[in-house]
Design a protein around this ligand. Structure first.
Ligand code: SF4
Length: 345
C-alpha cells in the first residue's frame, strides 16, 4: 500500500505547476478586475494561509477570508454570498460545497490536490474501517468527500487534540486517518487508544530535526514553530506545536526575534503582518545538499494565482473549475463535517 500511495502522490506532483506570476501594472489590473468580478457575481474569496501572498492580500482587501481550513469552512458556510471562490486545494472546495450545497463553489484549479487526500482512497479506506467496527472513525479534513462520508468525525489540526481527548474521555477507541504524524502527536498528547492510517504530507514530512538544530546554532535566540504533520523528532524540539492559526499566534506571543518555521512558507505573509519586525526562516527540509520534494512549499497550493482566479470568474461556466459533489455523498459527509464546524465553537 505504501508503494502504491507514493506512486499516486508522485504522479500528482509531476502534474503540479506553479501559477503564472503577474507583476507591476498587469498585476494591478488583474486585481481590479477580480475585485469587480467578485462584486458582479456576488462572490467572496476564501484563501488558505499557504497560498501566494497576492491571493491572500486580495482576499483580505475584498472582504474575504485568509485562514486555516477550519475557519475557511466556517466562514464559507456562514457567508451570504452566492458563490465561494476557494483558493487552496481541492478538499477545501469540496468541504465548502458539502456545507453549502446551495452555493456555487469554484476554484482557480481543480488540479490542486493534497498528498494526504491522494494517499487515502475510499476503495482502501472503506475496508480498513470495516475491519475495525469497534472504533470511532476520525478523519482529517484533508480527505475526499467519500472518505468524509465514511467517518464519524472530521477534524482539522486546530481541534484534533481536543476532539480526540473528548472522545477518549467518553471511552471511545479511535481510528485516525490519514496523517500518521498528526495521529501519533494526538495520541501522545491524549493517551487515547488510536489506530493510524499510513499517510503523510509531502511538505511537513521533509522537515529534519538535525537541520533545525544546526540552524539554531546560527540563531541561538530563535524559537522553533512546528506544525504537527511533521515527524516526531521535529515536534520534539519545537517551542510551539500547532495548526497554522496557532503557529501565527505563537509568533505574535513569544518574545523571540527570530523563528524557525516548520510549515509551508506561504504562512510567512500572515506571520510578518501579525508580528512585524520579527524574522522568519524556513526550517531545513531534506538535509545538507540533498534534493527535497517540496522545499517547504506545497506544490498544489502554489497552483493558485491571480491569473487563473480571474479566468474562472470571467467565464460563466468557470472553465469547468466548479466543485460538484454527489448529493447523496454530500448528505452523508455533512454530519461529520458539521460536528467539526460546531465543535467548541
Ligand atoms: S501542505 Fe501538505 S497537507 Fe497541506 S495541502 Fe499541501 S500536501 Fe496537503
Amino acid at each position: 500500500m505504501i508503494a502504491a500511495n507514493d506512486e499516486r502522490v508522485n504522479l500528482h506532483m509531476a502534474r503540479a505547476h506553479a501559477a503564472i506570476a503577474l507583476e507591476g501594472a498587469e498585476k494591478e489590473a488583474c486585481r481590479e478586475e477580480i475585485r469587480a468580478l467578485l462584486k458582479a457575481r456576488n462572490a467572496v474569496l476564501v484563501a488558505h494561509y499557504y497560498t501566494h501572498p497576492d491571493v491572500q492580500q486580495l482576499a483580505e482587501d475584498t472582504g474575504g477570508c485568509v485562514s486555516d481550513s477550519l475557519q475557511m469552512a466556517r466562514f464559507g458556510k456562514d457567508h451570504a454570498a452566492d458563490m465561494l471562490v476557494v483558493a487552496g486545494v481541492r478538499f477545501m472546495g469540496e468541504t465548502a460545497k458539502i456545507l453549502s450545497p446551495e452555493k456555487r463553489i469554484v476554484m482557480p484549479t481543480l488540479e490542486a490536490t493534497c498528498s494526504l487526500d491522494v494517499g487515502c482512497p475510499i476503495e482502501e479506506f472503506g475496508p480498513f474501517c470495516d475491519a475495525h467496527p469497534d472504533r470511532t472513525v476520525v478523519v482529517y479534513a484533508n480527505t475526499s468527500a467519500a472518505v468524509k462520508a465514511r467517518a464519524d468525525w472530521v477534524v482539522t489540526s486546530s481541534i484534533a487534540v481536543d476532539l480526540v481527548d473528548y472522545l477518549d474521555r467518553r471511552g471511545e477507541k479511535i481510528l485516525f486517518a490519514p496523517d500518521k504524524h498528526l495521529g501519533h502527536y494526538v495520541q501522545q498528547q491524549t493517551g487515547a487508544d488510536m489506530l493510524h492510517w499510513d499517510g503523510a504530507c509531502v511538505v511537513h514530512e521533509e522537515f529534519k530535526a538535525q537541520g533545525i538544530l544546526d540552524l539554531k546554532k546560527v540563531h541561538p535566540d530563535a524559537a522553533v514553530l512546528v506544525h504537527p504533520e511533521s515527524p516526531a523528532a521535529v515536534i520534539e524540539i519545537a517551542d510551539a506545536v500547532g495548526s497554522t492559526t496557532q503557529l501565527i499566534a505563537a509568533a505574535r506571543r513569544l518574545p523571540n526575534p527570530v523563528f524557525i518555521v516548520a510549515t509551508d512558507q506561504g504562512i510567512f505573509h500572515k506571520m510578518q503582518q501579525e508580528a512585524p519586525g520579527k524574522t522568519f526562516i524556513a526550517a531545513p527540509t531534506a538535509g545538507n545538499g540533498a534534493a527535497c520534494r517540496s522545499c517547504a512549499h506545497c506544490p498544489w497550493m502554489a497552483m493558485n494565482g491571480l491569473d487563473n482566479l480571474r479566468a474562472v470568474l470571467r467565464a460563466d461556466d468557470a472553465l469547468g473549475q466548479e466543485i460538484h459533489v454527489d448529493p447523496e455523498l454530500g448528505r452523508r459527509a455533512m454530519l461529520p463535517l458539521e460536528r467539526m464546524v460546531n465543535f467548541r465553537r
